[in-house]
Design a binder for this molecule. Structure first.
Ligand code: ZN
Ligand code: ZN
Ligand code: ZN
Length: 368
């Protein structure tokens, strides 16, 4: 599978006249070779020449972490005291154009460009995005497994099985993080718990605010779950609950949100431009008079990264193709008062939009 992914990368490299691609910290590396670099100061670098075999440069003391994959890459380890950049430059060669992983430490790129003064560097995402953004069947199943896992946690929250009243947001967030791991993820990416007026801040940091009866609580959480090859795929879901009866105002706002989300989901068909899906969710919220309070794009792509391409945003005229995986997550945020968001991961498919999250979309009323 990794060899096949690398050969697809080489096809795109040939198209774009890229002589070599180098990948370090970030999600491209595990996607193309099954290894994740430690985000430290020692250089880890997969060097993929367009016309010869790939090498994984890895610090000697981290070499035992590497699963050997003959036919995918050779391992080239370096010891403290050796110059890893010189080694990398030698493996890359004196070439014209190199695609470098977008999340590679800037320091390494600066040193590499000093070592290779005649080389032009471009972002590796120009090579990797067209490949990574279209998921194959196994990847869709990995996203579905991660989606089902967070669905089970959402259902627990909606059933009132995770205590809220009298606990702080941070405590509930830690509880959800624990459940994310219990449900089979290896990593917690985030567990936003935003109570009452805090939900008006879309990326609220859960803090020491005590959750009280009579208010809404927004939960947005996800993690990374390994597939059969040890490559992690992300989950991401948002649901809201209300502790006791909601005010008519909040209930009305939430109904608009449900309608907006449903409209976006059914619009996400193959051939529809990403920006059209965004316009569809937005128009429902605009028509209800809340337009100014929907302050972000409708969604983001998802896969080995929690946020990747394609974005469901104005200006992105890319038509959806089978295998595009992304969130539909309209939100309405009234500063100082309340906020709500509803989010599912969806995959575009010939048979119609395929939702990875099936947890109930309604505003669950809980006792606390
Ligand atoms: Zn977000
Ligand atoms: Zn989310
Ligand atoms: Zn999201």
């Amino acid at each position: 599978m990794f060899a096949e992914r690398l050969s697809r990368a080489r096809v795109v490299m040939a198209d774009q006249d890229v002589d070599a691609m180098v990948l370090s910290v970030g999600a491209d590396l595990p996607y193309f070779c099954g290894y994740e670099a430690m985000p430290l100061e020692r250089l880890t670098l997969l060097v993929v020449p367009r016309d010869s075999d790939a090498s994984l440069i890895v610090p000697f003391l981290e070499a035992p972490r590497v699963v050997e994959r003959p036919g995918v890459f050779d391992i080239v380890s370096w010891k403290d005291g050796e110059n890893a950049i010189t080694l990398a430059a030698r493996l890359i060669g004196d070439v014209d154009k190199v695609a470098v992983g977008d999340q590679t430490w800037a320091g390494f790129l600066v040193d590499l460009s000093t070592e290779l003064p005649g080389t032009q560097f471009i972002r590796a995402s120009e090579v990797t995005t067209p490949i990574r953004s279209i998921k194959d069947t196994a990847e869709v199943e990995a996203l579905r497994a991660a989606g089902s896992a967070v669905d089970r946690i959402a259902a627990q929250i909606q059933a009132g099985q995770i205590p809220l009243v009298g606990r702080t947001e941070a405590e509930v967030s830690a509880h959800i993080g624990h459940r994310i791991i219990e449900e089979g993820h290896q990593k917690v990416n985030f567990a936003i718990v935003a109570s009452g007026p805090n939900a008006a801040s879309p990326h609220h940091e859960p803090g020491d605010r005590m959750i009280r009866p009579g208010e809404a609580v927004l939960f947005d959480f996800g993690g990374t779950m390994a597939d059969a090859h040890g490559v992690g795929y992300c989950s991401d879901i948002t649901r809201c609950v209300h502790i006791g009866e909601p005010s008519p105002g909040f209930a009305a706002l939430y109904e608009v949100l449900v309608a907006s989300h449903a409209a976006g989901l059914s619009a996400a068909t193959v051939g529809t431009a990403c920006e059209v899906v965004d316009a569809v969710t937005r128009s429902v919220i605009d028509d209800a008079g809340y337009g100014e309070f929907f302050i972000h794009r409708t969604g983001h792509g998802i896969g080995v990264e929690a946020h990747e391409h394609p974005n469901i945003v104005v200006g992105n005229d890319l038509p959806l193709v089978p295998g595009h995986a992304f969130s539909i997550e309209p939100g309405i945020y009234v500063p100082g008062e309340w906020g709500a968001r509803l989010e599912d991961i969806v995959v575009a498919a010939v048979a119609g939009p395929d939702a990875m999250n099936l947890a109930d979309h309604g505003l669950a009323l809980v006792d606390g």
